[in-house]
Design a protein around this ligand. Structure first.
Ligand SMILES: [Cu+2]
Length: 283
């Protein structure tokens, strides 16, 4: 049996840059533990556009993660009025919609082309979202370029935002952890269609359902127990509208371009709340 805790050999990660940045940050007296930058709005707003420069945050109620876009943790702000440490090149909205089939959770655009070195701003237009890379150390099959570390952002409140700078060329797939299985996943092509996510997702119908055993065609070190994007995230990322070449061609792909069949929510909650005669849990 494969132990999932030991199946994700990723020794190729380049942590050198991270260490340097950690040292820089510590030297500047900025703790890397999340949300160390407690800042004040106290009328200390930027003279030009009403935004507070991140380097002027000192105390108060505006929470940010750091004063730079970190290569693993990005940059988080819990409020929109904090000016980002670098001007983003692109914006993606984290959205919730109410449709016929219940709530829809999605990134808009869902497919995006950027140049290497571009910074993307993920705006939390609705509450309770984050951004997580499909990386083996998170238990996923790798769907980002090799040597890119397992990057992610924290859960953010409505009005917050998260920045990430995409340095290495290739195809990146990411999800919002709370809403992945409802389809909240996206694909960003950085410069060129290359890397593990340039290939289609595995054909789930060609493998025994729920089995991981024997399915590791994509390389031993990634581990056959690692899972592909879950449920609606799988069908969204497999939709023809989201093909990496098409994203390059169009520049961006809207959630609306994805076949409604592939945006449907597969999760059906039954038996909750457990109020019936046979429904109560023991205890
Ligand atoms: Cu979400």
């Amino acid at each position: 049996m494969t132990d999932p805790n030991h199946s994700t050999d990723d020794s190729g990660i380049d942590y050198g840059l991270d260490r340097r940045r950690v040292i820089q940050a510590l030297g500047a007296g900025v703790g890397l533990s999340a949300f160390s930058g407690i800042a004040s709005a106290h009328g200390d707003e930027d003279e030009s556009d009403g935004r507070i420069p991140v380097d002027r945050l000192q105390d108060g109620n505006a929470l940010v993660s750091d004063h730079e876009v970190h290569p693993v943790y990005g940059f988080s702000s819990q409020v929109a009025k904090v000016a980002p440490p670098v001007e983003p090149d692109h914006e993606v909205q984290a959205l919730i919609s109410q449709g016929e089939g219940g709530a829809g959770f999605f990134f808009e655009p869902t497919g995006l082309y950027v140049e290497p070195g571009d910074t993307v701003k993920f705006t939390m237009a609705t509450p309770h979202h984050n951004v997580v890379a499909y990386h083996p150390q998170f238990g996923y099959q790798r769907r980002i370029p090799r040597l890119v570390p397992p990057f992610s952002g924290p859960l953010l409140p409505q009005g917050g935002y998260w920045l990430y700078t995409f340095e290495k060329p290739g195809v990146y797939e990411m999800n919002c952890a709370p809403h992945e299985i409802f389809g909240m996943a996206m694909r960003i092509v950085v410069g060129e269609v290359s890397g593990p996510a340039a290939d289609p997702l595995p054909d789930l119908c060609a493998q025994p359902p729920g089995g991981g055993e024997g399915g590791g065609e994509g390389g031993e070190s990634e581990g056959p127990s690692l899972r592909p994007p879950g449920l609606t995230a799988y069908t969204v990322l497999s939709d023809p509208a989201m093909a990496p070449d098409r994203i390059v061609e169009r520049g961006s792909v809207s959630w609306e371009e994805i076949d409604p069949q592939n945006r449907q929510v597969f999760v059906q909650v039954e038996g909750f709340p457990p109020c019936g005669p046979s429904g109560g849990a023991e205890g």
